[in-house]
Design a protein around this ligand. Sequence first.
Ligand SMILES: *[C@@H]1O[C@H](CO)[C@@H](O)[C@H](O)[C@H]1NC(C)=O
Ligand SMILES: *[C@@H]1O[C@H](CO)[C@@H](O)[C@H](O)[C@H]1NC(C)=O
Ligand SMILES: *[C@@H]1O[C@H](CO)[C@@H](O)[C@H](O)[C@H]1NC(C)=O
Ligand SMILES: *[C@@H]1O[C@H](CO)[C@@H](O)[C@H](O)[C@H]1NC(C)=O
Ligand SMILES: *[C@@H]1O[C@H](CO)[C@@H](O)[C@H](O)[C@H]1NC(C)=O
Ligand SMILES: *[C@@H]1O[C@H](CO)[C@@H](O)[C@H](O)[C@H]1NC(C)=O
Ligand SMILES: *[C@@H]1O[C@H](CO)[C@@H](O)[C@H](O)[C@H]1NC(C)=O
Ligand SMILES: *[C@@H]1O[C@H](CO)[C@@H](O)[C@H](O)[C@H]1NC(C)=O
Length: 279
Amino acid sequence: MKIVQQLLLVAVALWLRQGGAPTVAGQCAHRCGRVPIPYPFGLEPQCVRSNEFLLNCNKTEGRGGRLLLGNYSIHKISVSDSTMVIRLPELNDCYNKSSLSVNTNNSLSIDLSPYPQYRFSANRNALTVLGCDTYAYMTNGVGRGACSPYCTRYVDLAKETTCLGLGCCQVSIPGVDTLYVRISFFNDNVKVSSFNPCGVAFVGDKELFNISSKRSDFVLDWTIGWNVTCTQAILNQSSYACGNNTDCRDFADGPGYRCFCKPGYEGNPYDRSCGCQGN
Ligand SMILES: *[C@@H]1O[C@H](CO)[C@@H](O)[C@H](O)[C@H]1NC(C)=O
Ligand SMILES: *[C@@H]1O[C@H](CO)[C@@H](O)[C@H](O)[C@H]1NC(C)=O
Ligand SMILES: *[C@@H]1O[C@H](CO)[C@@H](O)[C@H](O)[C@H]1NC(C)=O
Ligand SMILES: *[C@@H]1O[C@H](CO)[C@@H](O)[C@H](O)[C@H]1NC(C)=O
Ligand SMILES: *[C@@H]1O[C@H](CO)[C@@H](O)[C@H](O)[C@H]1NC(C)=O
Ligand SMILES: *[C@@H]1O[C@H](CO)[C@@H](O)[C@H](O)[C@H]1NC(C)=O
Ligand SMILES: *[C@@H]1O[C@H](CO)[C@@H](O)[C@H](O)[C@H]1NC(C)=O
Ligand SMILES: *[C@@H]1O[C@H](CO)[C@@H](O)[C@H](O)[C@H]1NC(C)=O
């Protein structure tokens, strides 16, 4: 009896490794808290494509759990465009009437270099800086960037949801995997502290931000194979990740490839048994 069970488990595990739908096994968690976990990701070794896609669910945090990539809180995983959104805290530097820095969280570093399949999404993220007499800079393996917004009159920073110039500036973030950001102020902040006591900076989606939420959504691109191109990957059908009705595309910002449903098809392009379906 025991042996039969074990054989079954082995069979299921093998089938899953070959890209079978984890939905059928019944042993794979499909969400952590409110965040759905699609294949190739998972919480259990038998449910993921390879160990690089194993995530943690901290059940003692959040409502029903908090999905984690290392220390980073995962907000969303998308298989249709191979992205992941993580939550990062915002940086702030606040001053009181005598222009002394109080209540400061003025630096942030992000290091995804231990995870070969992730890159910062080059076209979706920016360093956004809000404030008056505030200065923020960032460095990464490739270069550096900085910006400093200006204010000529009162700006209610708490109401900003777009970066239109006054009291706000943005710098693009390249598709790299490490970043260090620091915020500070200059001019002793004398002329502004009375009406804008805080400078704020964050890295995240440049289109959608919400200054009141105190955190930002940072978009990552992930690849399914990070050391091969489509042409190389397709040669080995047993390790090739893209299912039926998909297009394979080489990743633009580094080595690796990703799968997409062909036009007119929808579903999970990484699911080899019931992925992209016609509609
Ligand atoms: C889960 O989160 C709690 C509270 O932050 C922490 O004490 C605990 O160590 C975490 N557990 C794991 C497995 O990360
Ligand atoms: C998580 O954060 C702790 C303390 O901030 C740090 O020591 C550790 O290296 C981090 N781990 C990862 C995977 O980033
Ligand atoms: C400003 O903050 C500093 C440091 O916390 C404190 O010593 C100083 O008294 C504060 N000044 C005012 C006017 O609140
Ligand atoms: C600073 O950021 C950490 C998260 O990295 C957060 O827990 C803490 O509350 C923040 N502190 C302030 C003063 O905003
Ligand atoms: C911004 O965040 C705050 C606090 O989390 C929330 O109450 C508010 O509804 C959000 N606004 C938008 C436009 O999402
Ligand atoms: C790609 O990496 C995997 C594991 O990380 C390794 O098994 C494989 O040999 C590598 N392939 C090439 C072409 O370097
Ligand atoms: C094809 O991929 C499978 C599974 O990763 C591996 O065991 C096998 O060695 C690969 N074959 C070739 C010719 O590289
Ligand atoms: C995938 O396509 C192949 C070849 O067209 C076909 O033989 C196979 O049945 C398809 N698999 C599924 C699950 O649709």
